[in-house]
Design a protein around this ligand. Structure first.
Ligand code: GLA
Length: 408
C-alpha cells in the first residue's frame, strides 16, 4: 500500500513537473544538445512577417536585402534576411519541400546566393507541426530531409514555429530539428517559436535553440492587445524574471521590432529599440526597409544603442525600480559600465530620479552618464541625477565610473 502510494505520488509529481495540464509529457531521458557556437551576441536582421505577412516573393526579398545594405543597416550590424511564413509550395513525390514556384520562380538557392552576394545571411521559416500557421507544409516527420534541403539552399537561420503540432512534445520536437540541422552540417542559427507557452527559457538552449520567443506575437502599439497579439509594454512586462536564462548563444526573444510600421510614435519606437537592447533581445527589424523614412533609419541604426544590445558579456537587463508609470531598467556591460533605461509608461510627463543605489553602486562614486539618443555626455555626477521623461518614452543612458587620471 505504502509502495503504491509513493508510486502514485511519483506519477503525480512527474505529471505536475513535466507535463503541465493539457500538454504531452516529455520523455524521461533527454540530454542537452551541445551549443552550436552561433549567435554569441543577439542575432540582428530583418524578417518579412510584421510588415508583409504572407505577401512574400523573391523580388521583394531581393529588394529588402539591397535596402539593408543601402540604408546603412548592414554597416550597423544587421545580417540576417529572413523569409517568414508562406514561401512554401508543396512537397514533391519523395517528400522534398519546394518553394511556391510562382513567388520564387528561380528557387531558393538562387535567392540565397543573391542574399549572400550582398554579404548578408539567409533565413527561412518552418514549423514543428504538420502545417505552418498559414497552412503551408510543416516540418513534422521531414526534419532530416528539410535540414538537408536547407543546407543545399544555403540557409543560415531557421525560425521554427509551433502551429498545428497536436501531440508533439516541444523539447524533443525542437531538439530533433536541432539534431537534423547539426547532421546536415551547415551552421544554422535556430530560433524557437512556441510563443513562450511551454516556458522555453527553461529548456530552449538544451534543445539546441539559439533564441526562443517568450510571448505571443507583438502588436504595433504601445500597450494593449489585439486578439492573440500583445502591445509593446505588455510584451516587456512578460520579460521580468527571464534574464537569468539568457547568455551568449542562447537568448530570450520578445519578438520582432515594429519600428517604422506606423502604429507608434517616434518616441515610442525609440523606447522599443532601447528596451530591446537593454534586454539583449534579437534585433530583427520588421518594417519595409526599402521605403523607410529618415527617423526610422536613425532609430534602427543608432550605433550606441546597438552596442548595448551586442555587448559581449551577454547579460540581460532587468527592472530595478518601479513606481506608478516610472520604471528604471539596468543592464551590466563590459568594462564595469552599465546601460540604463528610464521609462515613462504613462501619458503625463514624469520626473525620474536615478540613484546610484539603483545602479548597485556607492553614492560617492563619480559617474559619467551618456545620453544614447542625444549622443551627449552629461556632467560627471555622484549620488543621483534627476531626469524629465516625456510621456510614453524613454531616456537611455550608459554609466561609466570615472577613473583617476594617470598623471595623478
Ligand atoms: C506565428 C508566429 C509569427 C509568424 C506567424 C506566421 O504567429 O508567432 O511570428 O511567424 O506565425 O504565420
Amino acid at each position: 500500500m505504502h509502495k503504491l502510494l509513493s508510486l502514485a505520488a511519483m506519477v503525480l509529481a512527474v505529471g505536475v513537473l513535466g507535463m503541465p495540464m493539457g500538454q504531452a509529457s516529455e520523455p524521461m531521458h533527454f540530454y542537452a544538445r551541445p551549443a552550436n557556437g552561433l549567435a554569441l551576441t543577439p542575432p540582428m536582421g530583418w524578417n518579412s512577417w510584421n510588415h508583409f505577412g504572407c505577401h512574400v516573393n523573391a523580388t521583394l526579398i531581393e529588394r529588402e536585402a539591397r535596402a539593408m545594405v543601402s540604408s546603412g543597416m548592414k554597416a550597423a550590424g544587421y545580417r540576417y534576411v529572413i523569409i517568414d511564413d508562406c514561401w512554401q509550395g508543396t512537397r514533391g513525390p519523395h517528400g522534398n519541400i519546394h518553394p511556391d514556384p510562382k513567388r520564387f520562380p528561380k528557387g531558393m538557392k538562387a535567392l540565397a546566393d543573391y542574399v549572400h552576394s550582398l554579404g548578408l545571411k539567409f533565413g527561412i521559416y518552418s514549423d514543428a507541426g504538420a502545417e505552418t500557421c498559414q497552412g503551408r507544409p510543416g516540418g513534422r516527420g521531414h526534419e532530416y530531409q528539410d535540414a538537408l534541403t536547407y543546407a543545399r539552399w544555403g540557409v543560415d537561420y531557421l525560425k521554427y514555429d509551433w502551429c498545428n503540432t497536436g501531440g508533439e512534445r516541444p523539447r524533443t520536437a525542437y531538439a530533433t530539428m536541432a539534431d537534423a540541422l547539426h547532421a546536415a552540417g551547415r551552421p544554422v542559427v535556430f530560433s524557437l517559436c512556441d510563443w513562450g507557452v511551454r516556458k522555453p527559457w527553461r529548456w530552449g538552449a538544451a534543445a539546441g535553440g539559439n533564441l526562443w520567443r517568450t510571448t505571443p506575437d507583438i502588436w504595433d502599439a504601445w500597450r494593449g492587445h489585439h486578439g492573440f497579439a500583445l502591445g509593446m509594454l505588455n510584451i516587456l512586462d512578460r520579460q521580468v524574471g527571464l534574464a537569468p536564462y539568457a547568455g551568449p548563444g542562447h537568448w530570450n526573444d520578445p519578438d520582432m521590432l515594429e519600428i517604422g510600421n506606423g502604429g507608434m510614435s517616434e518616441a515610442q519606437y525609440q523606447a522599443q529599440f532601447s528596451l530591446w537592447a537593454l534586454l539583449a533581445a534579437p534585433l530583427i527589424a520588421g518594417n519595409d526597409l526599402a521605403h523607410m523614412d529618415a527617423q526610422t533609419r536613425a532609430i534602427l541604426t543608432n550605433r550606441e544603442v546597438i552596442a548595448v544590445d551586442q555587448d559581449r558579456l551577454g547579460i540581460e537587463g532587468r527592472p530595478v525600480y518601479r513606481h506608478g508609470a516610472a520604471e528604471i531598467w539596468v543592464r551590466p556591460l563590459t568594462g564595469g559600465r552599465e546601460a540604463v533605461v528610464l521609462l515613462n509608461r504613462g501619458a503625463e510627463p514624469l520626473s525620474i530620479r536615478l540613484t546610484w543605489a539603483e545602479l548597485g553602486l556607492p553614492e560617492y562614486l563619480p559617474l559619467r552618464l551618456r545620453d544614447l539618443w542625444r549622443h551627449r555626455d552629461l556632467p560627471v555626477a555622484t549620488r543621483a541625477v534627476r531626469f524629465d521623461v516625456a510621456p510614453t518614452s524613454v531616456i537611455m543612458l550608459t554609466e561609466t565610473p570615472v577613473r583617476p587620471g594617470r598623471s595623478e
